[in-house]
Design a protein around this ligand. Structure first.
Ligand SMILES: Nc1ncnc2c1ncn2[C@@H]1O[C@H](COP(=O)(O)OP(=O)(O)OP(=O)(O)O)[C@@H](O)[C@H]1O
Ligand SMILES: [Mg+2]
Length: 475
């Protein structure tokens, strides 16, 4: 199948999928890249050859649904099926099952076959389209992301047709996929569920040593998770879910092993000689503006300013002063909404500002980077920063009703500004760690007031700062 080669199932695909074709609800919560989608496609190819069934005097040929939570995700299962059955426009290339092909409708995603079977692409983008017909087999890929209303439309179809459902995904969320998987584990009649990690793919290994051995044996594409960038950017929880196929509870604390990180001291501007950057979370209505300074080379938070209730015209010079005192290279800040206003004020003050646009997904990425650095004890946090510590202890991930969308936030009534600001900073520190020092330990960038332009700038700053007076910075 892949690149014209015939499909030979991996042992796990044969054991848990192809030998279970008598099971009505087959639920697999497996690791990424393990071969879920490929196995599902192979099952579809088998199902189309099934004989028509006669129910109450009516004959039904196979009707197969290929379902994804979005149209785009449905395409991943759909495309190989399309390629296996539908000839190209000129009919020059006959695909592997081209002799069965009768007709197709590309935009609606339908393939009609000569034996009466129909294969149809569906997605939860249009949940109502999932209802109604006598489906004989449905593959639901990325099933952990299917919203509940989509299941509500899809599932009744199996009751009257006695059709089979194969749902595959990763173990994530507290949703219908999870509850069906649990039924399989409890051996409910009609259900079978299983989990295999990514390493069930014969060429995905845990360690580089194993991958080297495979490559030496001629399997050039063997790859180790311990060297896989996609794997390494995830937090421990995400690695467990996405690669080790473990259901990890997501409700509750996000930051683990916090205490090991709170060992740092505050550092005054005069003593802050590393390469420094700033993370900034801007106050919305009732909360705090929090600015953190971090030393990139040590991945360490060294200073903080936290306040509430100040207007832009006061905030911008105050933050800019701290930025200059600590000779920061840039500010990484939440520039969504009101943050945008402060960002432009800060630019006028001469600060280099990097925007981070907040969406639920981008926030998840940011928080997961901080969670990962904390879990592994890679970031040093100030031991006297009790606000940050408290916020981290309380910070939670909640699964949104009906699915696998996870929302990260402080519990109602608590603040999360320190966490967000620390996350904005740590995200950049972790990314730039290697850049702060040369191999012999010297900083690449030195902040010495040597150039005439710089001296002139400093004079202007000094004058401006005199006007502003001494502003206390919590260091
Ligand atoms: N039996 C097999 N023989 C050879 N290659 C296979 C087999 N099964 C899967 N593969 C290959 O392994 C890779 C991953 O397969 P697939 O996309 O099916 O995994 P997946 O679990 O659906 O991944 P994802 O979690 O990214 O959706 C693909 O390159 C696929 O061609
Ligand atoms: Mg897949």
């Amino acid at each position: 199948m892949d690149g014209g080669k015939p499909y030979v199932p991996f042992p796990w695909q044969a054991e848990h999928i192809h030998s279970k074709s008598d099971i009505q609800f087959l639920i697999g919560a497996c690791g990424r890249r393990s071969g879920k989608t490929t196995a599902a496609d192979a099952e579809v190819n088998r199902e189309v050859f099934k004989d028509p069934v006669t129910v109450l005097g009516k004959t039904h040929a196979p009707l197969i649904y290929i379902v994804g939570p979005t149209a785009e995700l449905a395409m991943r299962v759909w495309q190989p099926i399309w390629d296996a059955f539908v000839p190209d426009e000129q009919r020059e290339h006959i695909p592997p099952f081209g002799n069965l092909y009768k007709d197709h409708d590309k935009s609606r995603g339908i393939i009609w076959l000569k034996n009466g079977a129909t294969i149809q692409r569906k997605s939860a983008d249009d949940p109502k389209s999932l209802q109604g017909e006598r489906v004989t087999f449905a593959v639901v890929d990325e099933a952990h992301s299917m919203p509940e209303d989509a299941w509500q439309y899809l599932l009744p179809a199996f009751m009257d047709s006695g059709g089979r459902l194969m749902a595959i995904g990763i173990p994530k969320g507290k949703n219908r996929f999870r509850s069906m998987w649990e039924l399989g584990q409890k051996k409910q009649p009609g259900y079978y569920s299983f989990s295999v990690p990514s390493t069930a793919h014969p060429l995905i290994t845990a360690t580089e040593k194993e991958a080297v051995a495979l490559r030496e044996a001629g399997y050039e594409t063997a790859r180790a998770l311990e060297h896989d960038p996609a794997y390494l950017t995830l937090s421990d929880i995400e690695q467990k879910q996405q690669y080790w196929a473990e259901w990890v509870e997501q409700d509750g604390a996000v930051f683990k092993n916090i205490d090991q990180c709170f060992t740092g001291e505050w550092v005054t501007a005069e003593n802050a000689n590393g390469v420094n950057v700033m993370g900034l979370d801007v106050a919305r209505i009732h909360d705090y503006t929090v600015a953190y300074i971090g030393d990139v080379g040590e991945e360490r938070i060294i200073a903080r300013d936290r306040y509430t209730g100040l207007g832009w015209t006061v905030q911008a010079p105050r933050i800019a002063k701290m930025y200059r005192d600590y000779k920061c290279r840039f500010i990484h800040m939440d520039a969504t909404g009101v943050g945008d206003v402060l960002a432009s004020f800060l630019r006028v003050e001469g600060c280099s500002v990097i925007d981070y646009k907040f969406t639920n997904a981008s926030k998840e990425m940011l928080i997961s980077a901080l969670a990962r650095e904390v879990e592994r004890g890679q970031v040093i946090l100030p031991k006297d920063d009790l606000d940050l510590k408290r916020e981290m202890e309380l910070f939670e991930a909640t699964v949104q009703p009906g699915g696998s969308v996870v929302k990260y936030s402080a519990p109602a009534g608590y603040f999360d500004d320190c966490v967000i600001s620390a996350a904005l900073l740590t995200y950049k520190m972790a990314k730039n760690r290697g850049m702060a020092k040369s191999p012999n330990g010297e900083p690449y960038v030195k902040f010495e007031n040597t150039t005439p332009a710089k001296r002139a700038m400093d004079k202007i700053r000094e004058a401006r700062e005199k006007k502003l007076g001494e502003i206390e910075v919590a260091v």
